[in-house]
Design a protein around this ligand. Structure first.
Ligand code: PHE
Length: 447
C-alpha cells in the first residue's frame, strides 16, 4: 500500500498553519500576554518565534521529509538506533497528554457555541463557567469534540486533513478580521490596543526571565513544536519543495492570526472595563464571554467568535491525533480506521479523567505540556544537528531557493548549539520553578 501524501503544496502549508493556529492563539496567547505585561510579552514572543521557532520548525520538517515516516519510525530509521525510537514513543505519549486536555477545552468551546445561541451565559458568565468547566457534562462535550476530530482524521490525509483545513482556514481569517473591525469600533477600544501594542521596556527589564520563559513556552505551543506534529505533516510531502520558505510562511501566518486575535480580545475587554490581567485560563470564557453580554448584537458576535475558535481548535487537534495514527499505520501496519479508533478509545478515558479532575487538567495543560514540548524539541534539534548533521543540511537546501540555501549553514549551527542551550536554559528555569525556586531567585544567580 502506498503511503498517503498531500495533494498540493498549498494544502500542506494550510494544514500546517491549521495545526499552528488554534487555542494557543486565541485562548492561551491573550491570557499569557495579559499576564506578562502586554506588549513586553509580545515583543519577546515575536523574537523567540523568529530565532527559535522557525529554525525549530525547520528541524522537524527536515526530519519528517527525510524519513517520510511518523516520529517513532523517523527517529529510529534515520539513526539506526532503538533508543531514538523510544524517544519517538515519548512524542506519541506527549500527543496523547496534549489531546487529553485540548479536547476538554474544545468541549468548553462547543458548549459556549451552543450557549451563545440562547445567550445562556450572559446573565452570569463567571458562574456559568465554573458550573460547566469540570464534571460529567464537560467530559461529554470533550468526547464530542474528540469524535469530531476523529471523523476528520479518519477520512485520511487528503480527504480529511487537507480538505478540512482548506475549508476551515479561510473562514477563520475572514471571521477574525470582521470581529477585529467590529471590536475596533467599541468604546475605549483604543486603550485595549495600546495595552497590547505600546512597548514598555521597564516591564521587560523588571521581569526578564519570567517573560522569557512564558514567551518561549508559548512560542513552542503555538507553532506545534516538540510533539512531532510537524515531523508527521512533513512526512507526507512527496516533492522537494522549499522547506525554508514554507516554514517562514507558516510562522508569519500563525503570528498574524495570533495578533489578529489580540485585536479582537483586548479592545473588547477594555470596552467593558475588564482588567485583562485577571481571569487566567478562564479569561476567554469569563471576561470575553461576559463582554458579549454587554454589547449590541452580542449573541450574533458571540456565535461568530466561538465558531472561529471551534474551527481553529479542530484544525489543531487533528494534527495532534495524526501522530499516534501515523505511528500505528507506519509501524504496526494497522488500517487508518483501526489506527484512529485505538487512540480515540484511550482518549475517551484520559479525556474524561481530565474533565473530571481540575488538578489533573492543570498538571497536563501547564506543567507537563511545557516540560514535554521543551524536551521534545530539544531532542529533535539534537537529532537534526548531531545525528543527521550534514544530511540535515542537504535536506534543508533541497528544493530551496537562493535565499533559503544561504541560510542553511547558520541554521545548522544554531540547531546544534545555540538553540539546544536556550531550551536547556528554559527547562532548568522551569524545573527550578517547579521545585519552588521562583524566577526572581533565578535572576539573582544569573550574571
Ligand atoms: N499549535 C496549537 C495551538 O496553538 C497547539 C498544538 C500543539 C497543536 C502541539 C499540535 C501540536 O493551539
Amino acid at each position: 500500500m502506498t503511503r498517503e501524501s498531500w495533494a498540493t503544496r498549498f494544502g500542506f502549508i494550510l494544514a500546517a498553519v491549521g495545526s499552528a493556529v488554534g487555542l494557543g492563539n486565541i485562548w492561551r496567547f491573550p491570557w499569557m500576554t495579559a499576564q506578562n505585561g502586554g506588549s513586553a510579552f509580545l515583543v519577546m514572543y515575536l523574537a523567540i518565534i523568529l530565532v527559535v521557532g522557525v529554525p525549530g520548525l525547520l528541524a522537524e520538517f527536515v526530519i519528517g521529509r527525510r524519513a517520510k515516516l511518523n516520529p517513532v519510525g523517523a527517529l529510529s530509521s534515520l539513526s539506526g538506533s532503538r533508543g531514538w525510537g523510544w524517544f519517538g514513543l515519548f512524542n506519541v505519549l506527549t500527543s496523547l497528554v496534549l489531546l487529553s486536555f485540548y479536547t476538554v477545552v474544545g468541549g468548553w468551546i462547543l458548549r459556549y457555541l451552543v450557549a451563545s445561541l440562547s445567550g445562556g451565559y450572559f446573565a452570569s458568565p463567571g458562574s456559568f463557567f465554573s458550573a460547566i468547566s469540570f464534571g460529567w457534562g464537560a467530559a461529554g462535550y470533550g468526547v464530542l469534540f474528540l469524535l469530531a476530530t476523529a471523523a476528520i482524521v479518519l477520512a485520511g490525509v487528503r480527504r480529511g486533513i487537507e480538505l478540512g483545513t482548506k475549508l476551515m482556514m479561510p473562514a477563520i481569517v475572514v471571521l477574525l478580521v470582521a470581529l477585529a473591525l467590529w471590536a475596533a469600533g467599541q468604546p475605549n477600544a483604543g486603550a485595549g490596543l495600546s495595552f497590547f501594542l505600546t512597548f514598555d521596556p521597564g516591564y521587560l527589564r523588571a521581569h526578564f526571565v519570567s517573560v522569557l520563559v512564558a514567551a518561549a513556552g508559548q512560542a513552542l505551543f503555538t507553532l506545534s513544536l516538540g510533539v512531532g506534529t510537524m515531523i508527521t505533516y512533513a512526512s507526507y510531502l512527496d516533492e522537494d519543495r522549499s522547506l525554508p520558505s514554507d516554514g517562514a510562511t507558516i510562522a508569519v501566518l500563525n503570528t498574524l492570526v495570533g495578533v489578529l486575535a489580540g485585536f479582537v480580545v483586548f479592545p473588547l475587554l477594555f470596552s467593558q472595563g475588564i482588567d485583562p490581567g485577571t481571569g487566567g485560563p478562564g479569561a476567554l470564557f469569563v471576561s470575553v464571554a461576559g463582554a458579549f453580554s454587554a454589547v449590541a448584537f452580542g449573541r450574533v458576535v458571540a456565535v461568530a467568535f466561538f465558531f472561529v475558535v471551534t474551527l481553529a481548535a479542530l484544525s489543531s487537534s487533528i494534527s495532534m491525533l495524526e501522530i499516534p495514527v501515523a505511528y500505528l499505520v507506519d509501524e504496526h501496519g494497522l488500517s487508518r480506521r483501526r489506527a484512529t479508533l485505538l487512540p480515540v478509545a484511550v482518549l475517551v478515558v484520559s479525556g474524561a479523567a481530565t474533565a473530571l479532575d481540575p488538578s489533573l487538567f492543570s498538571l497536563f495543560a501547564d506543567t507537563m505540556v511545557n516540560l514535554m514540548l521543551t524536551v521534545g524539541l530539544l531532542g529533535f534539534l539534537l537529532f537534526a544537528g548531531w545525528v543527521l548533521g550534514p544530511d540535515a543540511l542537504a535536506e534543508y537546501v533541497l528544493g530551496a531557493d537562493g535565499v533559503g540555501r544561504a541560510t542553511g549553514p547558520a541554521w545548522l549551527w544554531a540547531v546544534r548549539t545555540l538553540l539546544p542551550l536556550f531550551l536547556l536554559g528554559t527547562l532548568v528555569v522551569a524545573l527550578l520553578a517547579l521545585a519552588g525556586v521562583t524566577a526572581p531567585l533565578v535572576v539573582s544567580v544569573l550574571p
